[in-house]
Design a protein around this ligand. Structure first.
Ligand code: PLP
Length: 363
């Protein structure tokens, strides 16, 4: 399928696979002969039941989620989880947070409303994940953000905690871009709108021994044990977003790239896209990415023009060239190219071509 659409580098809500958008459009008024749009169906009917079941099955298969983890389809987004996680897991006691950028810093601040939070390590204004963590033996859990969407810092390997506290990972902006080592995780959560589907859906993967620890003040609709006991149907789940996410899971399952299939294919494509973009930035004296090579994100690539006076003209010319939403986060400035799963290799090739042409014109 060829596209005349521009390439969209938004950090989120972000690009979706074009075949999925076509399928959603084709099924919009009548899903599989039901006479209904998915938006119009009872979440308790057999049609939506089959959609939810397939979505969970495909997601579990793609990420090899072990049987002792529950997959919850919730609402509230990443910021909602910053409160929902401590409400469920902290027991009002100690929580250690490793700050590697803007999102983990926000998580720490929100958890402080419910728990005794300690910053175990802080990247500060640096660009390398700190290795020395001050962890407390009796912490209820340790929070990390495994891909910092704003700062472009990613854990390429999950930390192996040895003191017994479960690891909680905010995987919002790289979930399904690579495998997850479940042996190192107690709970992972992510909003859907970066790498999975429309905003409104939040995925939670929780090890079942962590259920049943919620504080009394935890809202029932956000109590993991309650949500799990009701198969994500305690209240109405975000049905349409789940449907689109399910199509994205099927799209990944059907991918074939460099002799690999499914998640391995998308991971390899992400590795190749990132190598192409970082390679072009590093080879130029005109652009700059400041993140240490050990923890550069495959998904979010912040970069700066050495002459920041050219920022506005860069963005205008990029847009005219069919390259959208490259402006960096306001807290960081500069540019950011988010190259999530749904960004094709051709999109990164077009961006790299533009970077070189822009440098030739203005360098
Ligand atoms: C986008 C994002 C969030 C916030 O998600 P909302 O859905 O806006 O609450 C949290 N964490 C990370 C890593 C993100 O990328």
């Amino acid at each position: 399928m060829t596209s005349a659409r521009p390439f969209n580098f938004s950090a989120g809500p972000a690009v979706l696979p074009e075949p999925v958008l076509h399928q959603v459009a084709a099924e919009m008024l009548d899903w599989h002969g039901s006479g209904m749009s998915v938006m119009e169906m009872s979440h308790r009917g057999k049609e939506f039941g089959s959609i939810l079941e397939a979505a969970e099955r495909d997601l579990r298969e793609l990420l090899a989620v072990p049987a002792n983890f529950r997959v919850l389809f919730m609402q509230g987004g990443g910021l909602g989880e910053n409160a929902i996680v401590p409400l469920n897991l902290s027991r009002g006691s100690k929580v250690d947070v490793v700050v590697t950028g803007s999102w983990s810093r926000k998580s720490a601040a929100e958890a402080r409303r419910y728990a005794d939070v300690q910053i175990a390590a802080d990247i500060g204004k640096g660009h390398k994940i700190p290795t020395d963590w001050a962890l407390r033996d009796d912490a209820a859990y340790v929070h990390v953000c495994t891909n910092e969407t704003i700062d472009g810092v990613e854990f390429h390997e999950l930390p192996q905690l040895t003191h017994g506290a479960p690891l909680v990972a905010d995987v919002s902006s790289h979930v399904l871009s690579r495998p997850i080592d479940w042996s190192r995780v107690g709970l992972a959560f992510g909003g859907a709108q970066k790498n999975i589907g429309p905003a409104g859906l939040t995925l939670v993967f929780v090890r079942d021994d962590l259920l049943g620890r919620a504080l009394d003040i935890c809202p029932s609709a956000f109590n993991y044990e309650t949500v799990a006991a009701n198969q994500s149907m305690f209240n109405t789940p975000p049905t349409f977003a789940i449907y689109v996410a399910g199509l994205v899971f099927q799209w990944i399952k059907g991918l074939d790239y460099a002799g690999k299939q499914g998640l391995a294919a998308i991971e390899q494509r992400n590795i190749d896209k990132a190598a192409l973009l970082y390679g072009a930035l590093d080879a130029s004296g005109f652009y700059e990415n400041r993140v240490d090579a050990s923890c550069r994100s495959r998904m979010n690539v912040p970069f700066f023009l050495k002459d920041e006076k050219l920022n506005d003209v860069f963005l205008a010319e990029a847009k005219a060239a069919g390259l959208l939403q490259l402006k960096g986060h306001k807290s960081v400035g500069g540019m950011r190219a988010s190259i999530y799963n749904a960004m094709p290799l051709e999109g990164v090739q077009a961006l790299v071509g533009f970077l070189k042409a822009f440098e030739a014109r203005h360098g």
